[in-house]
Design a protein around this ligand. Structure first.
Ligand code: UD1
Length: 366
């Protein structure tokens, strides 16, 4: 019996938010190569053309079989809409397995619905922990891992975190990082010169992204952040593609009121990573960008008290900073110049997608 005959019902991928798309592309590609039947449910958590569609086009993702259009809302409202929509889809499609990605609200909702319907769940990017339950993502990760039949782990310490939480060892698989598969597969397309020209950017700049609730949701915190970002702009031009979350608060706090601040709309994947690659340093509160800068060798200052990705500090270019440490940190990074990217986290080698496909096909075969 070949593998195609083993998989009778489709594997269903649930994608909702921007970082999910980048992680799913290599997994879908590898499962396609292995002959699996697949369907993609887009929950519609992210819906702006620049937050969603451009990623599907650039990354060669298949057109979603359905878009649930859940949109934005409070956590309860958004998660409730996700639960209702996903239950209908899973019931009518009877998937062999549901694959969820990362730590967004679409991830936990899909895992919960599938687990109640007794459909096995595979969690890509399992085992990451910030140990900070004030982050919605930490809640989402912990619950998703408990509900998952397969925990597909990007970083070795994740295996230990899962064991500490009682996840049986046979469920956890260290497979590497599919976000890095996407980065390495597109390395030839990241043309910094073209992005500089298209957006009128200077030769030397610091790139910033800020969207964590803890940094941008409260007007006073956003205003304090803007003061420190202006301090960075005193050192070098500051390019900031603004995520819709926090846009109003950051602009109201005067983010644009500095000659060296360049505010951009959210960029597509290729232009964004091209801009990151050409940056003298990155300032961020994103999760994925800590990983991408590690592989690109760009110094990364993460404006958070903790990270679920400590391997980007021990094996990469990342450093955690408080608001007060931000300007001195950027100054130091600018003085030190590019960081050697010799020491890479294990299995961040561009082959996580095929490893994930292998684990999944084996599991379905059993
Ligand atoms: C979500 C994830 C976060 C991830 C981020 C990546 C959760 C709990 N959070 O945060 O972990 O780092 O995605 O981008 O799932 N909005 C738009 N257009 C869109 C999407 C959002 O305008 O296409 C605006 C809306 O005002 C919305 C707000 O952004 O209320 C927040 O969107 P939401 O999906 O709730 O969470 P993110 O902050 O994007």
């Amino acid at each position: 019996m070949n593998r195609r005959e083993i998989v009778l019902a489709p594997i269903v991928h649930v994608l909702g938010a921007r970082p999910n798309f980048v992680k799913a592309a290599p997994v879908i590609g590898a499962l396609r190569a292995a002959g699996a039947e697949q369907a993609v449910i887009h929950t519609g958590q992210h819906y702006d053309e620049r937050m969603s569609e451009v990623f599907f086009t650039e990354l060669g993702l298949p057109e979603p079989d359905v878009n649930l259009g859940v949109g934005s809302g409070g956590h309860a409202e958004q998660t409730a809409a996700l639960l209702v929509g996903l239950e209908k889809e899973f019931t009518s499609r009877s998937p062999a397995l549901v694959i969820v990605y990362g730590d967004v609200n679409s991830t936990i909702a899909a895992a919960l619905v599938a687990a109640k319907l007794r459909i096995p769940v595979a969690h890509v990017e399992a085992g990451l922990r910030s140990f900070d339950m004030s982050m919605p993502e930490e809640v989402n990760r912990r619950i998703t891992d408990q509900l998952s039949a397969l925990c597909l782990v990007t970083s070795p310490e994740g295996i230990g975190h899962l064991a500490d939480e009682g996840v049986p060892v046979h469920r956890a698989h260290l497979v590497g990082n599919p976000m890095i598969d996407t980065l390495l597969a597109n390395l030839g397309s990241f043309d910094t010169g073209r992005v500089r020209e298209a957006h009128g950017l200077p030769e030397r700049y610091v790139l910033a992204t800020m969207h964590r609730p803890a940094n941008v949701d409260e007007p006073e915190t956003a205003a304090a952040l803007v003061r420190h970002l202006h301090g960075v702009a005193d050192l070098a031009d500051l390019v900031i593609p603004v995520h819709p979350r926090g846009r109003a608060n950051l602009l109201a706090a005067g983010l644009a009121d500095h000659d060296a601040v360049h505010i951009l709309e959210p960029l597509g994947y290729i232009d964004f990573i091209a801009a990151v690659r050409g940056a003298a340093a990155v300032v961020t509160d994103s999760g994925g960008l800590q990983e991408e800068t590690t592989i690109l060798g760009v110094p990364c200052l993460t404006v958070r008290p903790n990270t679920e990705r400590p391997i980007t500090i021990t094996h990469g270019t990342n450093r955690l900073v408080s608001f007060e440490e931000l300007v001195p940190g950027v100054r130091k990074a600018l003085e030190s110049g590019p960081v050697s990217a010799d020491r890479k986290p294990p299995l961040w080698d561009g082959h996580a997608g095929p490893r994930i496909a292998e684990v999944i096909m084996r599991c379905l075969g059993e």
